[in-house]
Design a protein around this ligand. Structure first.
Ligand code: 3H9
Length: 719
């Protein structure tokens, strides 16, 4: 857990050895305490260097231990003892120094980092604050404004930036430990008092209150209802206004308010869920660690619409050669100019040169014969997609992997028209594809494990959070969206307004309520799908009751809105009104209010007052209920995958953990009761009927999310 060596006859080299990130587990803290004691008591030792094994200094406290009682020596006294020691201690930082790892570096008297190292205090992203002195030492070292920014955002700094801010004493391109040992030898005998950061006076900040107020407003706006950034600000205020001994107590009190909070639990769950999502597994035993992905050096994108352009950028910026195909010269030229512009802006932002030499634009599918992988991103029309896949089958070499960027069509139907169904897989990107992190990798029943591994690994290479899902209409994300949207429109029928529903969801933490989100996405897409499925339009039997379709409750208001040409932001009118087509400033529209009033009176609906609680329960419990069905149907392998999809693709607030985690936090039994209650009131809404898996979990005593998988195991899997 910590290796102790004597080097150069007088330097104690303490190496943290807790792979993969040398987290400060109880065993590591114990071993560190012993090693430090040994170094400080050994007369041969004149200086100490602390480093981490495998090129990683330390990833911070061991997050896995947070769920249990504290064991082993607490971190704060251990760090205080290192700082107070009479021998110089040098941190040799390679890889990462994050959270408690960064706080460990702050108590060392000198800090040397490799030029590729990253440093930061990401505790806020876990619903916590840096509680091993970080909020008190960092402001003393670099001043309140810079410390505040680092602590409230959790941003990682490069070694160069940390050097500029005065966090590091030296950055090296050589062997960091060797440089640190030499540095330590030169430090022997020099006074240490000015090197003890806790003893420094926090640099004075003019107009401290105004700064703290401004940052408070900023974080409240950015992360509505999130507690940790506000607690971070209070802790940093203590560093400016209190002596260290009092500030550290304040830090600890504030940490206590966060540590057991639901928000901290949710955010830590998200951290692990995101990592679990990459670990896909199939019923046949193939999984992430035994299936080898193909190497992808070249790819082709078919269709240069919004999605296609974003995918080209995502591929080219990680060094993959891309051939982009369009059907008409004009579309090709427009797409080309847009892609080049996007890549240039992206490269400028990242301070690198744009990889334009990797791009080729063509009108001919014949140019794709040698590519390793193709992603089809044409219009969402099955007949058109089938034609493309048939053509690809003829043109591409037999080993080329064929992917479709459909948002819900049958991947296996596409595989069926090719000569290589095992090499066909869905890659469902989210718009804009070069910005959004989520990728649903849709595994058809005939997709081979190598194909799935290839798509998952390509997603990772593009910096996406990739989740393997099964093949069904809408896959996971869009399938769940339906009951959520249905509930929102039923609420309008019953008396709510779009702005009331949106406000309740935004107060819950969504960046955008469901109606604002629909206006942004465009209302015409859903309208076309409803027309195609016979739910609205001329194909509907006139004898069909107006608010029922296929025996179920149906709300025609979204269709009525589209019939008026209100397609959302792009037409300047939708559920809201906007200053102009393409405008983003949503204002309530009296015409919608009128439309709803007339609609209710036409159907004799007596509007009632609807509470925010009802809005949240109906929208979000219906969402989670569909999640249970998805687990039951084997379309997602585990609840974590569903939550990750909603966090990264649909703006579900991270501090609520995702729809499945949220249901478990509310209590499955309570959610079940509420669903039963709403279903009784709406027996013609099957989405409100609790799913059998949901009932089974409640009957089993509502186990925590991480244990649900044990109850799903026996069920059918589409993965
Ligand atoms: C009093 C205390 C106060 C203190 O202020 C509180 C803290 O320090 S709070 C902590 C503040 N620190 C942070 O918030 C840093 C959190 N960590 C990170 O940001 C990234 O993991 C890191 C950048 C370090 C490496 O990225 P990468 O190279 O892409 O690799 P990866 O991300 O895939 O992780 C590999 C494996 O390591 C696991 N694991 C990682 N960290 C921890 C941990 N601290 N603990 C336990 N486990 C951890 C991770 O789950 C994964 O496990 P698995 O079973 O293989 O799936």
């Amino acid at each position: 857990m910590a290796r102790y060596e004597l080097v150069k006859r007088s330097v104690a080299l303490i190496t943290l050895t807790n792979p993969p990130v040398n987290a400060l587990s109880s065993a590591v803290r114990h071993a560190m305490a012993k090693s430090m004691e040994r170094a400080l008591n050994d007369p041969k030792v004149t200086a100490v260097v602390i480093c981490g094994e495998n090129g990683r200094f330390c990833g911070g406290a061991d997050i896995r231990e947070f769920a249990g009682p504290l064991r082993g020596p607490p971190l704060v006294p251990l760090l205080d003892a290192i700082e107070a020691g009479q021998k110089p201690v040098v941190a040799a930082i390679e890889g990462v120094a994050l959270g408690g790892g960064f706080e460990l570096a702050l108590v060392c008297h000198y800090r040397i980092a490799h030029f590729k190292a990253r440093l930061g205090l990401p505790e806020v992203t876990l619903g916590l604050l840096p509680a091993a002195g970080g909020t008190q030492r960092l402001p003393r070292l670099i001043g309140i404004p810079a410390a505040l920014e680092m602590i409230t955002t959790g941003r990682h700094l490069s070694a160069q930036e940390a050097l500029k801010l005065g966090i590091l004493d030296q950055v090296t391109e050589q062997n960091t430990c060797e440089v640190a040992v030499e540095f330590a030898l030169r430090a022997v005998g020099k006074p240490l008092s000015s090197r003890r950061v806790s003893m420094l006076t926090t640099p004075c900040t003019p107009d401290l209150d105004a700064l703290l107020e401004a940052v408070t407003m900023q974080v409240k706006k950015k992360a509505r209802g999130v507690m940790a950034p506000l607690a971070c600000i209070q802790a940093v205020r203590a560093a400016a206004t209190m002596p260290y001994s009092k500030g550290i107590k304040r830090e600890s009190e504030l940490m206590a308010t966060l540590f057991n909070s639901g928000q901290a639990q949710a955010l830590q769950y998200c951290f692990f869920a995101q990592r679990t999502a990459g670990k896909w597994t199939l019923p046949n035993g193939a999984q992430w660690n035994n299936s080898k992905p193909r190497e992808i050096r070249s790819a082709a994108i078919i269709g240069l619409g919004t999605m296609g352009r974003g995918i080209v950028v995502s591929l080219a910026r990680v060094g993959i050669s891309v051939i982009a195909v369009e059907s008409e010269k004009k579309l090709l030229e427009t797409g080309k100019q847009m892609v080049i512009g996007m890549l240039e802006r992206d490269a400028k932002r990242r301070g690198v040169s744009a990889s334009l030499n990797l791009l080729k634009f063509t009108l001919s599918l014949q140019d794709l014969k040698d590519v390793d992988l193709v992603i089809e991103a044409v219009f969402e029309d099955m007949a058109l997609k089938k034609r493309v896949f048939q053509e690809l089958s003829k043109v591409c070499r037999p080993a080329t992997v064929l992917c479709t960027n459909t948002s819900g069509l049958d991947v296996d139907a596409l595989a069926g028209v090719t000569d290589r169904p095992h090499l066909v897989v869905g890659m469902h990107f989210f718009s804009p594809a070069h910005v959004m992190k989520l990728l649903e990798v849709v595994c058809g029943p005939r997709s081979s494990s190598e194909t799935i591994a290839t798509a998952m690994s390509l997603g990772k290479r593009m910096g996406k959070v990739s989740v393997a899902v099964g093949n069904c209409p809408g896959f996971v994300g869009n399938r769940m969206l339906k009951p959520y949207l249905d509930q929102a429109t039923f609420l309008l029928e019953e008396g709510a307004t779009p702005e009331q529903v949106d406000k309740a969801l935004e107060d819950f933490g969504f960046a955008m309520g469901v109606f604002r989100m629909s206006d942004l996405a465009g209302l015409d897409v859903g309208w076309r799908i409803r027309k195609e499925s016979g739910l609205t339009g001329p194909d509907v039997d006139p004898k069909n009751p107006p608010r029922r379709r296929q025996g179920r409750r149906y709300c025609p208001v979204p269709d009525m809105i589209c019939e008026q040409g209100r397609f959302g932001q792009k037409t300047g009118r939708g559920w809201y009104m906007y200053d102009k087509p393409g405008g983003t400033n949503a204002k309530p529209d009296p015409l919608i209010q009128n439309l709803l009033e007339m609609y209710r009176s036409r159907y004799g609906i007596q509007p009632r007052n609807i509470s925010d609680q009802e809005i949240i329960e109906r929208c979000l419990f219906a969402l989670a209920n569909e999640g249970f069905r998805i687990l039951e149907d084997g379309i997602a392998a585990r609840p974590e995958d569903i939550d990750v999809i909603y966090l990264f693709g649909y703006g579900f607030p991270r501090h609520r953990g995702g729809p499945m985690f949220y249901a478990s936090m509310v209590g499955l039994e309570r959610v079940l009761q509420r669903l039963e209650h709403y279903h009784q009131a709406n027996p013609d809404v099957p989405h409100l009927e609790p799913s059998p898996l949901f009932k089974k979990l409640v009957a089993c005593g509502s186990p925590p999310v991480q244990k649900w998988r044990e109850h799903i195991k026996t069920m059918h899997s589409h993965l």
